[in-house]
Ligand binder design. Structure first.
Ligand code: GTP
Ligand code: MG
Length: 417
C-alpha cells in the first residue's frame, strides 16, 4: 500500500519513560483490582449467617470495584499532549507534519488552519476523522474541508476535529503523544476559551515563531494568559523559517543572537516559567518546511522543490535536537502530572479497604464480648467463628498492608525515573 512503516523498536526514545511508567501503573492497578475483589469475597462470607458485616458494608466495599475499574479506564486513555500556537502562517501545521513524517494537516500561505485539529494514534490500521461530540468516522481526505479556512463546509474556529492516524506509521503516535494544531493566535478574540478548552491538560506548549520577523505582542499575550491559568507551563520556542537566513548570511549570527535574547527574556523575565539558562535549552532555529521535505524524501514520497538552501543540514539537526529535548520534557511532565494523581488514589483505595476490614474485625470482637454473658453455648460457637475470622482478617490485612507498601515503593520508583 506504499506506506513506509517506522522502525518499531525505538527503545531508547525518551518517550519510553512515559510508556514504561504507564505500563507499571497499569500493573499496580491490576493488583489493586485483585485485592479489592478478594475483599469483596471476604465481606460476602462474613455477611451471611454470622451477620458480622451488614449489607451496607458489603455495598461499600463493592463500590471500590467500580472505582478501580474507572481509574483503569482513564489510565488506558492517558497520553502526552503537546499544543502548538503562534501567528498565522508561521508554520505550525508544517512543524507538526514534519514531526509526523507526513503531510497530514493542511498547510499553506494565508490563513489556513481554521479550527483545532488533534492528531492522535488510531488503534486500527485505518486513518479517519471525527468531529467533537460525534461518533461518525469521516474520510481522512475531508481534513482539508473541515480544517481549511478556504472551504465552505469549515467548522467554527474553536471546534475540534480528531485526526486518527495509524500508530504504526509514526513513532510519536505509537508512544501515545497527541499533537494539537490551532488557528493563528491573531485571528481570534476568543483566546480565553481556547485556553480553557485545549490548554489546561497540555503537557508541553510549542510557540512557533517566525524568524523572518520577531516575537509578536499577540503571541506574547497568549502565553501570558496561559501562564496565569497553568503554573509553570513547559514552553518551547521554535524560530521557524530559519532557511530565510541563508539569503542574508552576513547578518546570520547577529539576527540569531537578537532572536535568542528576546526569546530567553520572554520565557525567563516576562513569563518567569524558567531560568535564563533553562530558556536557552528551549529555543531552536529550524525550518519545518525543509525538515518535512527531507523526511518525505527519505520515505520516497513524491515532493516538489528539491533544492534546499545553504545550511539545511544544520537546520535539520537542530530540528532533530528539538524533538529529542521535547520528548524528554513531555514524558517527564506527563508522568508527574498524570500518574502521581492515580497513584495517590490507588493508595487511598487500598487504605480504605483495609479500614473497612478492620471495622468488621472489631465488630466481631464486640459481638463476642456482649454475648458472653448471655449464652455460653453461643459463645463457644462465636469463638470458633471469631477464630476463623481473626485468621482470615489478619491474612487480608497483611496482604493489603504489603500491597500498600509495594504500591508506594513502585510509584516512587516510577516517579523518580
Ligand atoms: P495557519 O494555519 O494559517 O495559522 O498557518 P500555520 O502556522 O499552520 O502555517 P503553515 O504550516 O500552513 O505554513 C504556512 C506557509 O509557510 C506554507 O506555505 C508553508 O509551506 C510555509 N512554511 C512553513 N514552514 C516554513 C519554513 O520553515 N520555511 C519556509 N520558507 N516556508 C515555510
Ligand atoms: Mg496551520
Amino acid at each position: 500500500n506504499g506506506a513506509v512503516r517506522v522502525n518499531m523498536t525505538n527503545v531508547d526514545s525518551p518517550l519510553q519513560i512515559f510508556v514504561r511508567a504507564k505500563k507499571k501503573i497499569n500493573d499496580i492497578f491490576i493488583e489493586i483490582d485483585d485485592y479489592v475483589k478478594d475483599a469483596v469475597t471476604f465481606m460476602h462470607a462474613v455477611s451471611g449467617e454470622n451477620k458480622i458485616a451488614t449489607s451496607q458494608d458489603v455495598a461499600n466495599i463493592e463500590a471500590y470495584v467500580n472505582k478501580v475499574q474507572a481509574i483503569r479506564e482513564v489510565l488506558k486513555r492517558d497520553h502526552m499532549k503537546v499544543a502548538f500556537f503562534g501567528r498565522t502562517s508561521n508554520g505550525k501545521s508544517t512543524v507538526i507534519n514534519a514531526m509526523l513524517h507526513d503531510k497530514i494537516l493542511p498547510s499553506g500561505i494565508g490563513h489556513t488552519t481554521n479550527c483545532f485539529l488533534q492528531v492522535e494514534g488510531s488503534d486500527t490500521d485505518e486513518a479517519f476523522l471525527r468531529t467533537e461530540g460525534s461518533e461518525e468516522k469521516l474520510n481522512v481526505q475531508s481534513v482539508s474541508q473541515l480544517g481549511h479556512a478556504l472551504c465552505a463546509s469549515r467548522l467554527q474556529e474553536c471546534a475540534l476535529v480528531h485526526v486518527h492516524w495509524p500508530r504504526e506509521l509514526c513513532a510519536l503516535l505509537r508512544d501515545d503523544v497527541v499533537l494539537v494544531d490551532s488557528p493563528g493566535v491573531d485571528v481570534t478574540p476568543n483566546l480565553d476559551q481556547w485556553i480553557d478548552r485545549y490548554c489546561l491538560d497540555a503537557d508541553v506548549f510549542v510557540l512557533v515563531a517566525n524568524a523572518e520577523s520577531t516575537l509578536m505582542v499577540t503571541e506574547k499575550n497568549f502565553f501570558h494568559k496561559v501562564s496565569t491559568k497553568i503554573s509553570q507551563p513547559n514552553i518551547f520556542i521554535l524560530n521557524n523559517r530559519w532557511d530565510a537566513s541563508a539569503s542574508e548570511p552576513e547578518y546570520l549570527d547577529q539576527v540569531r543572537t537578537q532572536h535568542a535574547n528576546r526569546c530567553v527574556d520572554f520565557l525567563s523575565r516576562e513569563l518567569r516559567v524558567c531560568t535564563p539558562k533553562e530558556a536557552e535549552e528551549r529555543i531552536f532555529f529550524i525550518s519545518a518546511k525543509e525538515a518535512l521535505l527531507t523526511r518525505m524524501r527519505e520515505r520516497e514520497k513524491p515532493v516538489s522543490s528539491p533544492i534546499l538552501a545553504d545550511g539545511h543540514q544544520v537546520r535539520y539537526f537542530e530540528f532533530v535536537d528539538f524533538e529529542r529535548k521535547f520528548e524528554e520534557c513531555i514524558s517527564q511532565s506527563a508522568v508527574r502530572t498524570k500518574f502521581a494523581q492515580h497513584s495517590r488514589r490507588g493508595k487511598n483505595i487500598a487504605a480504605d479497604v483495609m479500614a473497612a476490614l478492620d471495622q468488621v474485625y472489631n465488630k466481631a470482637s464486640d459481638m463476642k464480648s456482649s454475648k458472653v454473658e448471655k449464652q455460653r453455648v453461643l459463645h463457644e460457637q462465636l469463638s470458633a467463628v471469631e477464630e476463623q475470622l481473626t485468621a482470615i482478617t489478619r491474612q487480608m490485612k497483611d496482604k493489603i498492608g504489603r500491597m500498600v507498601e509495594s504500591v508506594e515503593h513502585k510509584v516512587s520508583l516510577t516517579l523518580s525515573q
